[in-house]
Design a binder for this molecule. Structure first.
Ligand code: GAR
Length: 206
């Protein structure tokens, strides 16, 4: 079974969806790491008997040292696939080098729109409403050295209605994330995902 490490910063509803669909089935979540001691994702992990770790940026002399500790914790647990499930920190080049095309991120918009630095959480949905787009959605992609710019694995859309607010869009997008992310993680664990340059392929039916 593929050993998975999940990084969270907050509520962890995506983590929960991955636990429900993947844990002890196609993969094993070996550790959940949070950069925030209050992250409810930690409680979700503990409720499922999954080991947790809290790594706080303020405890390290710089951002590289903070990331080095996360990489050390993942390697220590034998993690082969890293899942960023609502993780609000930028991944360093050393982190990408340690897990090349082995880190997946869920982003709450249709990349390449509304992504990159500053686009996280509710800010993404505020920008969606301000721009006036009629569809938005969620993207799961591999992580490379540039924020939200690695090869796209899967996307799903939701419609933006005239009376939608950032909060209502966030709710709709979260709902589709909860099927999209676990499905991608499962396909990865089953060895169904291939990557060539920027192009990925999934060799099974959705
Ligand atoms: C999700 O919508 C996820 O796409 C987003 O944060 C939310 C976390 O929810 N991630 C980002 O914005 C990362 N750039 P959760 O903690 O309930 O899974």
């Amino acid at each position: 079974m593929t050993k998975i490490g999940v990084l969270v910063s907050g509520g962890g509803t995506n983590l929960q969806a991955v636990i429900d669909r993947v844990h002890h089935k196609s993969g094993e979540i070996a550790v959940v790491i949070a950069n925030n001691a209050e992250a409810y994702g930690l409680t979700r992990a503990q409720n499922s008997g999954i080991p947790t770790a809290v790594v706080l940026e303020k405890d390290f002399e710089d951002y590289d040292a903070f990331n080095a500790e996360i990489i050390r914790t993942l390697k220590d647990k034998g993690v082969e696939l890293v899942v960023l499930a609502g993780y609000m920190k930028i991944i360093t080049p050393a982190f990408v080098e340690a897990y090349p095309n082995k880190i997946v991120n869920i982003h709450p918009a249709l990349i390449p729109s509304f992504c990159g630095e500053g686009y996280y959480g509710l800010h993404v949905h505020e920008a969606v409403i301000d721009y006036g787009v009629k569809v938005t959605g969620a993207t799961v992609h591999f992580v490379n050295e540039e924020a939200d710019a690695g090869p796209i694995i899967a996307q799903k859309t939701v419609e933006v209605a005239d009376d939608d607010t950032p909060e209502s869009i966030q709710k709709k997008v979260l709902e589709i994330e909860h099927t999209l992310l676990p499905w991608v993680v499962e396909q990865y664990c089953l060895g169904h995902i291939t990557v060539e340059g920027r192009k990925t392929k999934i060799t099974s039916e959705q």
